[in-house]
Design a protein around this ligand. Structure first.
Ligand code: GLA
Length: 421
């Protein structure tokens, strides 16, 4: 089986970013900051519907060595991409305008732009900077490598520009808003905000219950190891893209469906079902369009699954997650995958094979995670079975002539911040 992709220790990640900085810019950085990738346990395609989701921060992080400049130039180098890219903060603008920036630098420089647009820093006050990036978050794997980059730059600029937002959750929520704005407007990816919240607001040892309607969070203790469980991440290596049309189309159909139902967002429909005011069938009967009906069925049921999983995890934290409580969590993961596959239609053959094979080889539950159309799946497995499940997925992929998958173990880790090592 392919080896588990280990997370870098902070000291190692920081040393890599520092070395790249010195080799590229011939100077020492002011400091190194890092932000994690994420996996979502449940609550998929709910964030842009004002719904609930339950991500964790991964131990895999993106490291940014950065030094402010006296001008408004941004120079960027990445260990994962060739060349040095230069961006002028005074001409940088949204995707589709003359100030558009192509490729990965949009996610980094876009944060400086968005901090000003969000009013978190005065216009023209965020300094230019030199930055070197290195990361052990696999790119294009649906594990939010883009949000990790944005959020690492955000905490770095928060420090060097003296914004003082990173010290508490309220400030971090505002940094997350700026990162979402950078991603939506500068990079042109119409994503929902879960990823940036996970990278900035999750805590080690906890899943983050995020209410996307008002941005409220609750830290849900999650100690899978104490329950003898491992959350195995299967990166299918099927390329996943959020800037192509499918993700944006899902979002539009949901907005149209909310309009047809006469509610501000599909969250209202989910709440009405939750409180017993209506039933899922009655909601769907109000819609004429088959595509809208399928998407709404997913979103409403998925928000319900977040509620029931959180209720179980709250009653049975750590080692008490066993028996029927564990069965409920596991079957919630399975039901989420089925709903994403059948109703939301964002799965793909690689994700389905990963999920089916993991289940057939002893996983308690499994589902795709993230935006879909490729990317990663998660499988909740007894810790002693993780290698066996991964080996079975490896074999199944080889037999199907898919690219070899990669595996990570997801342990709820710390959010973005300075690396003191
Ligand atoms: C991607 C987006 C998120 C979210 C998920 C689906 O990861 O970046 O905002 O919508 O897809 O849950």
């Amino acid at each position: 089986m392919s080896a588990l992709l280990e997370a870098w220790a902070d000291a190692d990640g920081a040393a890599r970013a520092r070395r790249l900085f010195a080799a590229t810019f011939g100077a020492e950085p002011t400091g190194v900051w890092a932000a994690p990738g994420r996996v979502n346990i449940v609550g998929e395609h709910t964030d842009y519907n004002d719904g609930l989701c339950l991500p964790i921060a991964l131990p895999h992080r993106t490291f940014v060595a950065l030094r402010p400049r006296p001008d408004r130039t941004v120079r960027l180098v990445s260990a994962q991409e060739p060349g040095v890219r230069e961006v002028d903060l005074d001409t940088l603008g949204p995707a589709g305008t003359a100030g558009e920036v192509a490729g990965w630098p949009a996610y980094a420089a876009g944060v400086a732009w968005a901090l000003e647009r969000e009013g978190l820093a005065a216009a023209g006050s965020v300094p230019g900077f030199d930055a070197a990036v290195d990361s052990c978050v696999p790119a294009g794997a649906g594990l939010s490598s883009s949000a990790a980059l944005e959020c690492a730059v955000a905490v770095a600029l928060d420090d060097v520009a003296g914004l003082r937002l990173g010290g508490d959750d309220a400030g971090r929520a505002r940094l997350a808003d700026a990162c979402v704005r950078a991603e939506n407007e500068v990079a042109g990816a119409p994503t929902g905000g879960m990823d940036q919240a996970a990278a900035l607001r999750a805590q080690a040892g906890h899943a983050l219950l995020l209410d996307c309607r008002d941005g409220a969070v609750r830290q849900v203790p999650l100690d899978l190891a104490a329950a003898g469980l491992t959350l195995l991440v299967i990166d299918t290596r099927a390329p996943h893209r959020l800037v192509d049309g499918q993700y944006g189309r899902r979002r539009r159909v949901c907005e149209d469906a909310a309009g047809a139902l006469g509610v501000p967002s599909l969250r209202s429909a989910a709440d009405a079902v939750e409180s017993g005011q209506t039933t899922p069938g009655a909601v769907l009967a109000l819609l004429d369009d088959d595509e809208q009906r399928k998407r709404v069925r997913h979103v409403v049921s998925e928000i319900g699954r977040v509620r029931s999983l959180v209720a179980r995890l709250a009653q049975h934290p750590g080692a008490q997650l066993e028996g029927s409580a564990l069965d409920t969590v596991a079957s919630g993961l399975d039901a989420s995958h089925e709903s994403l596959r059948r109703d939301y239609e964002v799965s793909c053959p690689e994700l389905d094979l990963a999920v089916e094979t993991a289940r057939a080889h002893g996983a308690r539950g499994a589902r795709m995670t993230g935006g879909g159309f490729g990317g990663s799946a998660i499988a909740l497995v007894d810790s002693g079975d993780a290698r066996h499940v991964a080996a079975a997925v490896d074999r199944a992929f080889a037999e199907a002539h898919f690219d070899a998958p990669a595996f990570l173990s997801a342990i709820p880790a710390a959010p973005a911040g300075p690396v003191r090592a």
